[in-house]
Design a binder for this molecule. Structure first.
Ligand code: ADP
Ligand code: MG
Length: 397
């Protein structure tokens, strides 16, 4: 896999460089304000290096899940503005992805200039299962540049036109962010220092069961919190009230507990409320006593203590998924406590997942306490599962 430094050594002054970046930041629905610009910041090293070297930079990115057609709600306009502020230069936004306006604006770029294309998912072809459809969009994207840099780590597990097909059409290298993420993931998978502890939370068990299966033989401890713990608690025979529960996964969780129960650590207590609301009155109960009419929305203090103690002697930690609904103040303590314990680990600590990374920042925790905060949840989980990621495979040759 060729690196950005290889490309810079070749010289990029005056060359048109298409960068696929991951600028998929959370945006407030009503104000359209960016609530966490972590992914934009993470894309700066590659963009800045290319500007400094005199490249004419065309950036492709997606935002949210528009339905394959232009939708102002998912416009990259706020991202163009923030990217411009951070780079200290005006970043114009093309009105389309790779149409007339994109071509016209790309043609006027001077050395060191940066153009942002409109949300690539405004084109249905971007995510199409049909190779020819994706290929046609990739042709148009490739026509905007002489060389392709993939820096969108959060999208490398997708076989999308701007991630996969375009790399087949242009000379290609991995950007700085992709290189850094890969470096850390390699350290997690190749002979990690032990004890190796994985902490999983978040909302959907079914999304993460495959990674649990793949990781269980490799880890010393797997701590499970967040919404996904209730399917495991149900598998142990506990009533979980109205908490998140994936009935069809209970059997799989039961099998995992039977096979590797000694390595799976579940919560001892949970913070419950009658409704999903910041105003609801909360009660903390043991996992044996979750009231039938309530939802578990955070792990309790005894769980934080247990998870903290389990993390105490860890030398390698991977954490994905908040321990509770950290977006609401009454349910933040579990995520805060476990995040602090992960940050205090004497060794390599990696935070993976968009919401987990956002939680670290929103709770005001020290980002520097972590060895690495990954920008890609799905991508890092699939990598740890041992799956081939299309966006990386295509860079390899
Ligand atoms: P990541 O993006 O870090 O991979 P996920 O997307 O899997 O994490 O999950 C994040 C979401 O999980 C958050 O929005 C959080 O509110 C939610 N969550 C955590 N605990 C619970 C719970 N007990 N009940 C419902 N939702 C939860
Ligand atoms: Mg998420």
């Amino acid at each position: 896999m060729r690196s950005l430094d290889d490309l810079l050594a070749e010289g990029v002054s005056g060359r048109r460089v298409l960068v696929r970046a991951d600028l998929n930041v959370p945006v407030d629905k009503s104000t359209r304000a960016i609530t966490d610009d972590g992914r934009i910041r993470a894309s700066l090293p590659t963009l800045q290096a290319l500007r400094d070297a005199g490249a004419r930079v065309v950036v492709a990115a997606h935002l949210g899940r528009p339905k394959g057609a232009p939708d102002p709600q998912f416009s990259l306009a706020p991202v163009a503005e923030r990217l411009g502020e951070l780079l200290g230069v005006t970043v114009p936004l093309a009105a389309d992805v790779a149409g007339d306006d994109a071509q016209a604006k790309a043609a006027t770029l001077g050395d060191g200039d940066v153009l942002l294309l409109e949300n690539v998912r405004f084109e249905a072809a971007e995510t199409s299962k049909d190779d020819a459809e994706r290929g046609a969009l990739a042709d148009r994207l490739a026509a905007l540049a002489d060389v392709y840099v993939d820096d969108a780590f959060g999208a490398v597990h997708r076989k999308h036109a701007s991630v996969f097909d375009v790399a087949q059409r242009l000379p290609h290298v991995a950007g700085r962010l992709v290189a850094r993420e890969l470096d850390v993931l390699t350290r997690l998978t190749q002979d990690p220092q032990r004890p190796y502890v994985v902490v999983l939370g978040g909302s959907k068990v079914s999304d993460k069961l495959a990674v649990i299966e793949a990781l269980l033989p490799k880890v010393d401890r797997l701590l499970v919190g967040g919404g996904m713990c209730f399917t495991f608690l149900a598998a142990q025979g506990h009533g979980v009230g109205k908490s998140l529960l994936e009935e069809d996964q209970v059997e799989t969780c039961r099998r995992l507990l039977a096979e590797a129960g000694d390595r799976i650590v579940l919560p001892l207590d949970v913070v419950c409320a009658p409704e999903f609301s910041a105003e609801a009155s909360t009660t903390t109960v043991t996992v044996e006593a979750i009231p039938g009419e309530q939802l578990g929305l955070d792990v309790g203090p005894r769980t934080v203590e247990l998870f903290g103690a389990t993390l105490g002697d860890a030398r390698t930690v991977f954490w994905n998924g908040p321990m509770g609904v950290f977006e609401l103040a009454p349910f933040q303590a579990g995520t805060r406590g476990v995040a602090e314990a992960v940050g205090a680990v004497d060794g390599l600590s990696v935070v993976g997942g968009g919401d987990s990374a956002a939680a670290v920042r929103q709770l005001g925790l020290d980002e520097a306490a972590y060895g690495h905060i990954s920008t890609g949840g799905g991508a890092s989980l699939e990598y740890l599962e041992g799956r081939e990621l299309p966006g990386l495979a295509v860079l390899a040759d």
